[in-house]
Design a protein around this ligand. Structure first.
Ligand code: HEC
Ligand code: HEC
Length: 137
């Protein structure tokens, strides 16, 4: 993904940060089995936006973080068999902490203020931000 629509990315990011707030009031959703950072009752639509955002911001595809069952040729999204998925969880926690502790992020902050720091701030479409471009994909 060479060219990036910045506005679209930011929209996705806003959705990412807001799910933590918005989802609280929604009815329980048992569709997702293994959410440890995102709200368990997140809507399918919001989860899709978060995941699409990850792929754009890191320049990867779904299988970069999600386990692929080779026999069935399908991704098992709730399985925790890839280190990248667990790292991503910690990255989500870290990113939320940065916004909360250093940018006065709280539940009443406006959309323009929310995405002070996002995955894209560091990653810039690279899974390993400190490496030379293209050394690890
Ligand atoms: C950068 C890593 C990363 C990428 C890329 C990624 N995901 Fe995820 N995904 C995660 C993490 C981490 C979780 C668990 C979040 C949590 O614990 O709250 C997750 C959870 C999910 C879940 C919920 C599974 C369940 O039942 O618990 C689905 C569905 C999902 N991802 C789909 C996708 C799709 C589709 C794509 C590609 C468009 C994708 N993901 C790309 C990291 C990633
Ligand atoms: C403050 C900067 C920063 C932010 C914000 C950040 N990351 Fe990272 N991330 C890094 C650095 C640096 C590394 C490389 C760490 C290493 O050397 O092992 C990394 C590594 C990763 C890796 C492992 C890559 C690999 O191949 O081992 C994943 C997955 C990841 N980040 C996902 C995310 C996601 C998802 C977000 C947003 C929720 C995010 N990161 C936000 C700095 C950041």
């Amino acid at each position: 993904m060479k060219r990036i629509n910045k506005f679209w990315v930011l929209t996705v990011l806003a959705a990412f940060v807001f799910v933590g707030i918005a989802a609280v009031k929604q009815p329980v959703n048992d569709k997702f089995k293994n959410l440890q950072v995102l709200p368990k009752n997140i809507t399918e639509d919001s989860l899709d936006k978060v995941m699409d955002g990850f792929t754009v911001m890191l320049g990867v595809d779904c299988k970069y973080c999600h386990y692929r069952d080779k026999k069935a040729d399908t991704l098992i999204f709730d399985k925790d068999d890839k280190a990248e998925k667990e790292i991503a969880r910690n990255m989500m926690r870290m990113t939320m902490d940065i916004n909360k502790n250093y940018f006065q992020f709280n539940e009443t902050v406006t959309a323009a203020q929310v995405q002070a720091v996002t995955c894209y701030t560091c990653h810039r479409e690279e899974p390993m931000p400190h490496k030379e471009k293209g050394t690890k994909k």
